[in-house]
Design a protein around this ligand. Structure first.
Ligand SMILES: NC(=O)c1ccc[n+]([C@@H]2O[C@H](COP(=O)([O-])OP(=O)(O)OC[C@H]3O[C@@H](n4cnc5c(N)ncnc54)[C@H](OP(=O)(O)O)[C@@H]3O)[C@@H](O)[C@H]2O)c1
Length: 323
C-alpha cells in the first residue's frame, strides 16, 4: 500500500511517500481502508520530536511509529477474530492518537475500541476532521470546564481546529459564547454560533473588564495571572494550547497553586482516552449541533504540504487529507 513514512525526526521534508506492507488486523482490531484523514498539531510535534520530552513516548532517537495521522475515516475491510461490533463494509471513523497513529496511508489497523460507526450525515472528509480536535474540545468544555447552561464561556483561538469545535460544543451545552479570533475569521466564528466575537488584532480580551465563567485557551499566549483577571470568582480556565515548554511548565506549576489558594480553577487540559466519547460526538454531529469546518483538502502525497500549512498556525479549522 502507499503511505507517508518518516524514519527520522525533522521538518516535513523528511516525509516520504512510498510503498509499504499492508497491515493485518490482530484479534481485537479492524482493518480500515482509509478514505480520509486529517492533520493535527500532534502530527507535526511527533514529526519533529518536539517538545523533546515527548520522545520518551514516541522514541528517543528516532520515531517508533513510522506513519503519522491520528484522525481517520474509512471502510472496514476486514476484522480480527475477537471483533464483535464491526463487519467488512461498515463506514467508520476513529482516533489513532492513543494507539500509534497511522492514518496517512491507504490502510490502517485500529483497535475495535478506538473506532465507531461514522455519523450517517457526514462525508468521509467531514468525519475525518472530527476525532482529535473534537475530543479535545469536548474534554475541555464538558469535563475540565464543566460548562453549564447560561454560563459565559470565552474561547481563545476560536477559528482553529479545536476552537471551531469548542464554540459549537459550548453552544450545544447551552453556554453564551465569546470567540476570540482575527479580523479575517470574524464571520466564520459568528457563523458557527459564537454570540460575541472579539478581534484580537483590535482588542485584548484580558484588558476589557469582561469576566467569564469559563475560559478555554487554545493559543497559550497569556500567563495564568493575566487570564485570572478575566475569570469570575468561581470561574474555570482550561489551557489547551501549547506555545512553548516554558509556558506549559509555568501553567502546570502555577495552576494548582492559584487553584488551591482561591475559588477559581486554572490548569492545563489533560485528556484521557474515553471510548464512549465517539458515541457522544456522533450524537452531537447527527443532531446537527456540531458541524465540522474544513479549511483545505490535500491528497495523500501532499501530506508534507498539509503539515507545513498547519504548522504556520493560521489554519481556519481543519485540514483534511483525501486518500
Ligand atoms: N488539534 C488537536 O487535536 C489538539 C489536541 C490537543 C491539543 N491541541 C493544542 O491546541 C492548540 C490549538 O490546536 P488547533 O488544532 O486548534 O490549532 P490550529 O488549528 O493550528 O490553530 C490555528 C488557529 O489559531 C488562530 N490563532 C493564532 N493566533 C491567535 C491568537 N493570538 N489569538 C486567537 N487566535 C489565534 C489562527 O487564526 P489567525 O491565523 O487568524 O490568527 C488559526 O485559525 C495547539 O497548541 C495544539 O497543540 C490540539
Amino acid at each position: 500500500m502507499k503511505a507517508i513514512v518518516y524514519e527520522k525526526y525533522g521538518p516535513p521534508d523528511v516525509l516520504q511517500f512510498k510503498e509499504v506492507k499492508k497491515p493485518n488486523p490482530k484479534a481485537d482490531e479492524v482493518l480500515v481502508k482509509v478514505q480520509a484523514a486529517s492533520v493535527n498539531p500532534g502530527d507535526w510535534h511527533a514529526l519533529r520530536g518536539t517538545p523533546f520530552l515527548q520522545r520518551l513516548e514516541t522514541g528517543l532517537l528516532k520515531p517508533k511509529d513510522k506513519i503519522l495521522g491520528a484522525d481517520v475515516a474509512g471502510m472496514v475491510e476486514a476484522v480480527g477474530s475477537n471483533v464483535k461490533g464491526f463487519q467488512p463494509g461498515d463506514e467508520v471513523y476513529g482516533d489513532l492518537y492513543w494507539c500509534g497513529f497511522g492514518a496517512f496511508a491507504e490502510y490502517v489497523t485500529i483497535p475495535e475500541k478506538s473506532v465507531a460507526q461514522k455519523p450517517a450525515n457526514l462525508t468521509f472528509e467531514q468525519a475525518a476532521a472530527v476525532p482529535q480536535a473534537a475530543f479535545t474540545a469536548l474534554h475541555a468544555i464538558r469535563d475540565a470546564g464543566q460548562v453549564k447552561t447560561g454560563q459565559k464561556v470565552l474561547i481563545n483561538g476560536a477559528s482553529g481546529g479545536v476552537g471551531t469545535f469548542a464554540v459549537q460544543i459550548a453552544k450545544a451545552y447551552g453556554a453564551e459564547v465569546t470567540g476570540v479570533c482575527s479580523t479575517r475569521n470574524l464571520d466564520l466564528v459568528r457563523s458557527i454560533g459564537s454570540d460575541q466575537v472579539i478581534d484580537y488584532t483590535q482588542e485584548d480580551f484580558t484588558q476589557n473588564g469582561q469576566q467569564y465563567d469559563v475560559i478555554i485557551d487554545m493559543v497559550a499566549n497569556y500567563s495564568l495571572s493575566v487570564l485570572k483577571r478575566s475569570l469570575k470568582p468561581n470561574g474555570i480556565c482550561v489551557v489547551v494550547g501549547f506555545s512553548s515548554l516554558l509556558h506549559m511548565i509555568k501553567v502546570n506549576i502555577q495552576g494548582p497553586r492559584i487553584s488551591k489558594s482561591g475559588s477559581q480553577t486554572l490548569g492545563m487540559l489533560n485528556p484521557k482516552e474515553d471510548e464512549s466519547d465517539l458515541a457522544v460526538l456522533k450524537e452531537l454531529l447527527e443532531s446537527g449541533n456540531v458541524v465540522p469546518v474544513i479549511d483545505r483538502q490535500y491528497s495523500l502525497s501532499e501530506v508534507p504540504e498539509a503539515i507545513r500549512y498547519l504548522e504556520e498556525g493560521h489554519a481556519r479549522a481543519k485540514v483534511v487529507i483525501i486518500v
